[in-house]
Design a protein around this ligand. Structure first.
Ligand SMILES: [Zn+2]
Length: 254
């Protein structure tokens, strides 16, 4: 569009019609980027016209739309969910984490969480809440089980951690939060994938997103797991019937 948002629709249509055919896509960031156009060559087999290689603007379109963030002021940012075609592996691994969460013995004052640690696309450890003795957490157990099974070894670099609920950043028990356990091993983790954010039922203001991302570990929510993860997490919790009984009480007094 031109100055003041003025435009002539025919001109825009004509311009868009040429993009990716005779004219490559351009942007303010890469105004001269050579991009994908029809090459004038044809496929030997199906005779379809072939495109030239994509350029920087074609390749950046998705990333650009995925996340907007101020480079100077971290106070604002916007991120879309990952598209379904980009998360086949993540969906598979989060399903496994959910299977782990389902093994938890439910308790009314804690969440049921499952965790899977992967390296090069393979599962190298799993854990769930209270799997190991005591008031233990899923991520804590997955890490402990890895080190038990590989005495004297470090975690490989480039690991990914899947957890059905984001790592805790504060524990009422005074035990070390899972966030700190992951941060201690931050050189070994590229990404933490979560199914659902921690609700404020027991502890408010989970800071795992800020802490992980500012320490070089990516934090991504895998789309499609919010409800499933929360449902498993709250198994054994009493249904919130407070309002109902308060209402009943009021009615009784009338
Ligand atoms: Zn935890």
């Amino acid at each position: 569009m031109g100055k003041n948002g003025d435009f002539i629709i025919e001109e825009i249509q004509e311009k868009l019609h040429k993009i990716g055919k005779t004219d490559p896509a351009t942007s303010w960031l890469h105004p001269d980027g050579s991009g994908e156009i029809m090459s004038g060559k044809f496929c030997d087999t199906c005779k379809a016209e072939l495109y030239s290689d994509p350029g920087v603007n074609d390749l950046e379109l998705y990333l650009h739309a995925f996340k907007y963030e101020s480079s100077t002021d971290k106070g604002w940012g916007y991120e879309t969910e990952l598209p379904y075609w980009a998360i086949e592996q993540q969906t598979k691994m989060m399903d496994l984490a959910l299977e782990q969460a389902n093994k938890c013995v439910p308790m009314d004052n804690a969440f049921c969480v499952g965790c899977v640690i992967t390296h090069n696309g393979k599962v190298i450890s799993t854990g769930y809440t209270r799997e190991l003795e005591g008031n233990t957490h899923a991520e804590q157990n997955a890490l402990a089980k890895y080190f038990d099974a590989h005495p004297g070894e470090e975690l490989p670099t480039g690991c990914e951690l899947y957890t059905t609920m984001e790592p805790c950043s504060f524990r009422l028990s005074g035990n070390m939060p899972c966030l700190n356990r992951i941060l201690d091993l931050k050189k070994h983790f590229t990404t933490v994938y979560v199914g659902v954010m921690e609700p404020g039922d027991f502890v408010q203001n989970n800071v795992s997103y800020d802490q992980l991302t500012s320490n070089g570990v990516s934090y991504l929510k895998v789309p499609g797991f919010q409800e499933k993860s929360m449902e498993v997490a709250k198994r054994g919790h009493k249904k919130p019937d407070v309002e109902v009984s308060a209402e009943t009480e009021r009615n009784d007094k009338q």
